[in-house]
Every structure is written in C-alpha cells, then in structure tokens.
Design a protein. Sequence first.
Length: 442
Amino acid sequence: MVPRYSRPDMTAIWSAEARYRIWFEIEAHATDALADLGVVPKEAAAALWRWWETNPAIDVDAIDAIEAVTKHDVIAFLTWVAGQVGEHSGEDWARFMHQGMTSSDVLDTCLAVQLRDAADLLIADIDALLAVLSARAREHKLTPTIGRSHGIHAEPVTFGLKLAQAYAEFARNRRRLVAARDDIATCAISGAVGTFANIDPRVEAHVADKLGLAVEPVSTQIIPRDRHAMFFATLGVIASSIERLAVEIRHLQRTEVLEAEEYFAPGQKGSSAMPHKRNPVLTENLTGLARMVRGYVTPALENVALWHERDISHSSVERYIGPDATITLDFALARLTGVVDKLLVYPERMAKNLNKMGGLVHSQRVLLALTQAGVSREDAYRLVQRNAMKVWASDGQLSLLDLLKADPEVTAALSPAEIEENFDLDHHLRYVDTIFARVFGD
C-alpha cells in the first residue's frame, strides 16, 4: 500500500486493528453458538462480550510481541485476548474460545469480511463514476467528433457516444463486481480439514448469519481459492476499463489533436523545464495504476492449486494483494471520476479535426450510393478511392466532394445533387438516440 495512492475508508478496512476486531467477533460469535449448544459455559461467551463492550483498544504492538515468540499470529491474538478478558473478569473464561476451530476458520472468514466490505466501497466508487459519465455523455450527446480506427480518421461519431460506451462498460463491471462480491462473502468454521469433527456445523451457520456471510458449502479447512481468483480477476477487468478510458483521454489531449484535456488548475505546473506544458498526468497515472491492479490477478489464479486440503502458500500472497489491489483500485476509480467530471471538452476543435481531411469521412456513403445506382462494388470502390487518395495526398486541401463532381465516371451514375446528399453529417448521427436508449434506458 502506497499512501500517495490510498484513501482512508479503504485503507481502514485493512488496518491491523480492524483485522483483529473481526477476529474477535468471529471467535465471540462462535463461542456464543457453542454455549447455546452446551459445549462451553454460557458465562464464557458473556464474559467475552462484557470485555468487548468496554470498547478496548487493540494493542497491536503487544500482539506483535507475542507473535515474535509464538511465530503464529492467531495464537498470539488469542493469548492477548485471554489476558485481557481474564484481567477484566477475574477468571480465565477465554480458554473456551476457539473450541474445535482452526486458524483458517478465523483467517479465511475475516478475509471474506474484508473483501466484501472492500467490494462495497468499490461498488460505490463505480456508482459515482457512472453518474459522472452519464451527465457528461448527455451533455455531449450530439457533439460531433471524428471516430478513429487504427488511429486514423474513420467516420463521424459524437463525444457523447464515446462516454456512453464507457458508461455501458462500467455498468457491466458493476454487475461483475456485485457477483464477485457475493461469491467471496462466505464463512468457513469447519475445523481441521473441514470435516466439522470437533465443531458443530450450527456454529458456522451462526457466525455466518452474524457477519452477513453465506456458509461455505464444502471447505477443506480453507475456503476454496477459486472464489478469490474470480474476485481479483474482476478487479483486473475493471482496471483495464479504467485504462481504456484513460488512454482515450490521453490521445485526445495530444497537441495535434487537443479535442479534450484534463483540467489544469490555477498554479499547476506541467514541467520543471518547459513552462508551456499541460501534460495528461492524471490519466497517465491511471494507466500505471491499472497495470498494478492487473498484476495481482496472476498470483490470485496461482493460489487456486494448493496442496491437498490446505497449505499456506496463498497466505503471503493475499497479505499483499488483498489490501494493495482494493486500495489501488479504489483510488483509481475516484481519480477517474474526477478526471471525467472536470474534463475540458473542445467542440470547435472536434469540428475542425472532423473537417480536416476534405470530406474523406463520407467516402463510404458515396461508395454505397454508387452500388445502389448500378455500379459494381469493385468499380465503385475504385472510383471513390482514386479521388480520396488525391485528397489524402493534399492533406485535405482538396475536396472529395469537388473531385467526385468532376469525375465523369462518377457523374455518369450519380448527379451532383445526389453526390452532395452523401456528405450530410446528420446522417451519421441519426441513431444516437437509439444507442442512448439502449445504454441509459431513456
């Protein structure tokens, strides 16, 4: 976790104190269930909660000191809690904690809570981004601009359509994340090798209910890591969508294009050497952050294939990727939302670029009109292309419309008026409303 790319709400989920508080709730709820089943004294569970209700500070340093001796984090935590509860109640009620449980019951269930809560924040982030994309797409619904394929002028689109596409993509990502969130939110309190030999399945059901989790149908002492792999893969897809929009903005901000650019604040500096620079630093940053989030996907996939019922080769990986992937993606989504919200859009420059190449963007319509007039497609393509290449070579100084009107082979099939009809910009925008209705439902 890098503080520069972190936000407090997401970071808090992964703090040591937050982790230990979840551990306690797992242990205390399990003890409640064990007490109801008559396995441990009811006073044991009550003593745990009485101590907890005093709102104790979690002494992370003290737990770390115990772990330095035990070399086991869960044992260190249980040892510290036992001392605290004993001091508070005067009796060693904490000895009844963890009855029939194994460390993975605590660790995996805690991780499920953390990933679920992280997903909730990320879903809220996507909602904020969707709201901004919707507003800006509607603002520029009919703002004409050039569509590009292979980076080359193709045919007209609108800037609103570009943003509508991004909206639709992030709406899909939201659905994916909701599914991944539901899939990861499972509880396992099944004991060693997951057989419930020393703990009743009703304890697991009780803990799951209290924590708002589903019961893991079959654990092997650990929750199967295909769930985690899908979760982090979903984060990777979202990161790729962030980069896709970021790269689009970066291209549009290039000096020779300059159809849109990141907001440049008063007093902001673009270069230590060149005072004129206005660089797309935020979207470049987003490209880098997206690479990092995707980088966590492969380790998550490799965690699926563990030895037999369990090993801990996944553990060190998840201590990295759980916090880092969610914290980084949370920051990236918020940054992208700000970029889109404040994006400077230049319709005049879009129109200038659209008209830059002497009407070449209308070549397909002329091609189709010629075929409709009885010219073979091969000949129609040849006639339009030979005139289009003259315009291309002139860097747009010549007009495709003028050249076509002067070409006897073209005018043999189409009148000048019929040729002109195929240079109408509105023709390309006639289904914008249809696309918006598909995307936004209005």
